[in-house]
Design a protein around this ligand. Structure first.
Ligand code: ATP
Length: 348
């Protein structure tokens, strides 16, 4: 039985549909991310699961029990909000105790669980401070401690790391993942950051315009995106509509590519890192003459913007900095695309 089942949830605000038949499961001990751009419905989904918003259609099940009509405070969930939502007038220990007291746990158990959660989050030394006396990272820890202390069936996290600077975000991300695995805690995790979703999740549900477009492990979603939207969101920057003609894939711009090895497709995609570049003088069979139109130095790698000749089709290529040749704008190169690197995609 899943810890959480979101079963066909739809939701409109006025005449605007925001969620359209959302299905997502979170198994016990699993961390599932809802990933998508701003406005795709991630927070709304979370709010429906938490019971803050009623769904127009569909059901929410916690451990198999239909809680669609159950108010938030009686659902077996706890939420970590993006802005932490700590009570400013309560000390850290009382913030963490809040949900336990609301659940009418005996005082001794409240004390024990608060201590345990503070220790778990490595903030026992801050127990008597007020939120205003904490750094952003420390407040974030208190918010997680407060949610973890209630030992919810499902922990709901809405962009919990987005107010932290990049370095801290990466550190706490790893820590959260370790904690989640140690506690065997089911988590529904909202983020718009693909790298964050890839690094923290057991599975990722990619949302687009209120619909789930693909659900899979990080490797599945990254390496085998099925739709143009998911591929684009996962950094597949070169995407061409087209069709198979006479044993090759002909794009709408007239580019001839190998036929992607898997499945029918109305688009093909290729990652910048999979575009192969060679010096203009080399044999050109199966390669496309191109001109470098731009170069961006990224430290570990260099990105090249290319125009394929003769039509000027734009392609982005990325090469490790250590790769033999480095090119400059206006240099001629040969670009090639291997069948195994071409991703078959559907527009949906
Ligand atoms: P973000 O990452 O920007 O928070 P999101 O994916 O979490 O985006 P939601 O907050 O779920 O997106 O919002 C989805 C859509 O619903 C947006 O277009 C938003 O403007 C709209 N929306 C959200 N809440 C309301 C509301 N209370 N009334 C009307 N429209 C709303």
């Amino acid at each position: 039985m899943s810890a959480l089942t979101v079963d066909g949830v739809s939701k409109s605000f006025g005449a605007t549909p925001v969620l359209d038949d959302i299905h997502v499961d979170v198994e016990a001990g699993e961390l599932v991310s809802l990933l998508g751009p701003s406005g795709c419905g991630k927070t709304t989904t979370l709010n429906v699961v938490a019971g803050f918003l009623p769904a127009d259609a569909g059901r929410v099940l916690l451990a198999g029990k239909d809680v669609t009509a159950v108010p938030p405070y009686r659902r077996d969930t706890a939420v970590v909000f993006q802005n932490y939502a700590l009570f400013p007038h309560l000390r850290v220990r009382d913030n963490v105790a809040y949900g336990l007291r609301a659940r009418k746990l005996p005082a001794t158990e409240v004390t024990e669980r608060v201590q345990e959660a503070l220790t778990l989050m490595d903030i026992a030394g801050l127990a008597d401070r007020y939120p205003g006396q904490l750094s952003g990272g420390q407040q974030q820890r208190v918010a997680v401690a407060r949610a973890v202390a209630v030992r919810p069936r499902v922990l709901l996290m809405d962009e919990p790391l987005s107010n932290l600077d990049a370095k801290l975000r990466q550190e706490i991300r790893l820590e959260l993942r370790a904690l989640q695995q140690r506690l065997d805690q089911a988590v529904l995790f909202v983020t718009h950051d693909q790298e964050e979703a890839l690094s923290i999740s057991d599975r990722i549900a990619v949302l687009n315009g209120g619909r789930v477009e693909q659900v899979g492990s990080p490797a599945e979603v990254f390496e085998r995106p099925r739709t143009v939207f998911v591929a684009d969101f996962m950094g597949v920057e070169n995407i061409f509509p087209g069709e198979v003609v006479d044993g090759s894939y002909r794009t709408a711009d007239g580019l001839e590519l190998p036929v992607p090895s898997a499945g029918p497709a109305d688009h093909v995609g290729i990652r910048p890192s999979a575009v192969r570049l060679a010096p203009a003088g080399e044999p050109s069979i199966g390669r496309h003459p191109a001109k470098i139109t731009g170069r961006v130095y990224l430290g570990d790698s260099v990105r090249y913007h290319l125009a394929l000749e003769p039509a000027g089709i734009a392609v982005v290529a990325e090469q490790p900095r250590s790769a033999g040749t480095s090119w400059q704008p206006d240099d001629g190169v040969l670009a090639s695309f291997a069948a195994e690197d071409l991703l078959p995609l559907r527009a949906l």
